[in-house]
Design a protein around this ligand. Structure first.
Ligand code: SAM
Ligand code: SF4
Ligand code: SF4
Length: 346
């Protein structure tokens, strides 16, 4: 492999709305062993669905080069996602490569937890993973399985959360997507389960990502409704954001039993602080989760562009970025052709 070039760190480049780039989300695979109905419904992602061939996926070297350009641009946080990131073989090797990039100080992963044993959590941590978010939509097996549409029981995911905690990948964030008619009855059991533990539950408003999940505004339980429900049982008080650009609004239980987060992307959009860019597993960059335009990084890397040229390309993309989809959601036509969540990675 070519020796990495030294890329000069650029002065911070703001996008057209004055936002800095801080956070790169890397989808390492478009495949998943779950078929969550809100993300990869089985009717669409069935045995005839064509996933990317291995040759289309970015190699670990290519992901590392793009991440290095991102770091030279001023970014410092990486998040590995998918599809299900733990389906990508040898993820530890990638993490070990990413952790060596100057400027990168945080490598997190979002996983469905089904493959996260204590041994795996330990090897990921040893490679340099710093944090884990585990998705879990219910504590009741029937509800959970109806949502993930595979026969993975809740205990498997609870063990994954435990495993991550045991090896020190803590505090583990537990992501629960709330969809009306499916799991709103699980909000209180989930809150009760994670209150007073080291894990932080984050309730996520169901979003209209992609074109497959048949999203309707009526399916959304709003942050306000979720807070009211929890607050009736356990009074809450708002906490200030720990870091700028934090998407979850944080609340503390007044009785001292820890905190809970709410991600209100639909009803209280946070576009004004959005500092993220997303890389699909085949090397396309998206500047918005709801983006309909991508930029081909893979082509640039494979044709041999120098690191400097990759950074210049990022400068161009970010400089003209003006995305604020969630703020204008209601004005957008439903026919808009958006990227699927399983491809862009959340
Ligand atoms: N497979 C991994 C997992 O489920 O954690 C990582 C990828 S998944 C696309 C990332 C996150 O997006 C998960 O927490 C998932 O629950 C969330 N997600 C997927 N579809 C969503 C939707 N329509 N609305 C809100 N969140 C969604
Ligand atoms: Fe898979 Fe995650 Fe999408 Fe569920 S949310 S189908 S686990 S990628
Ligand atoms: Fe960022 Fe786009 Fe989400 Fe707004 S809608 S917060 S710009 S990803």
């Amino acid at each position: 492999m070519k020796e990495p070039e030294q890329v000069q760190s650029l002065p911070c480049v703001k996008d057209a709305r004055g936002r800095l780039l801080r956070d790169l989300r890397i989808s390492v695979t478009d495949r998943c062993n779950f078929r969550c109905r809100y993300c990869m419904p089985r009717e669409v992602f069935d045995e005839n669905y064509t996933f990317l061939p291995h040759s289309s996926l970015l190699t670990f070297e290519e992901i590392t080069r793009i991440s290095r350009a991102f770091a030279a641009f001023g970014g410092h946080k990486l998040r590995l996602t998918g599809g299900e990131p733990l389906l990508r073989r040898d993820l530890e090797i990638l993490i070990d490569m990413l952790v060596r990039i100057p400027g990168i100080d945080d490598i997190a992963m979002t996983t469905n937890g089904s493959l996260l044993t204590v041994e795996r959590a330990r090897s990921l941590r040893d490679a340099g993973l710093t944090r884990v978010s585990v998705s879990l939509d219910a504590l009741d097996d029937d509800i959970f399985m109806a949502m993930n549409d595979v026969q993975v029981p809740v205990t498997r995911v609870l063990s994954a959360i435990e495993a991550a905690q045991t090896v020190g990948l803590s505090p583990v964030k537990v992501n629960m997507v709330v969809r009306r008619g499916f799991n709103e009855g699980q909000i209180l059991p989930m809150a009760a389960h994670f209150r007073g533990t080291e894990q932080v539950l984050r309730l996520i408003e169901y979003m209209d990502v992609g074109n497959s999940n048949g999203w309707r505004m009526d399916d959304v339980i709003s942050a306000e409704q979720m807070l009211a429900l929890i607050g009736q049982h356990w009074p809450l008080r708002p906490l200030s954001a720990q870091i700028s650009g934090e998407v979850a609004r944080r609340y503390a239980y007044v009785d001292g039993m820890g905190e809970i987060g709410i991600i209100a992307s639909v009803t209280q959009p946070f576009c004004s602080g959005c500092s993220r860019i997303r890389l699909t597993s085949d090397g396309q960059l998206f500047t918005c989760l709801f983006g309909d335009q991508d930029w081909d990084m893979r082509e640039r890397v494979r044709r041999g562009d120098a690191d400097e040229e990759l950074v210049n390309f990022l400068t161009q993309i970010w400089g003209k970025r003006s995305d604020h989809y969630s703020e204008v959601r209601l004005a957008i036509t439903p026919q808009r052709n958006k990227i699927e969540m399983s491809r862009i990675g959340g």
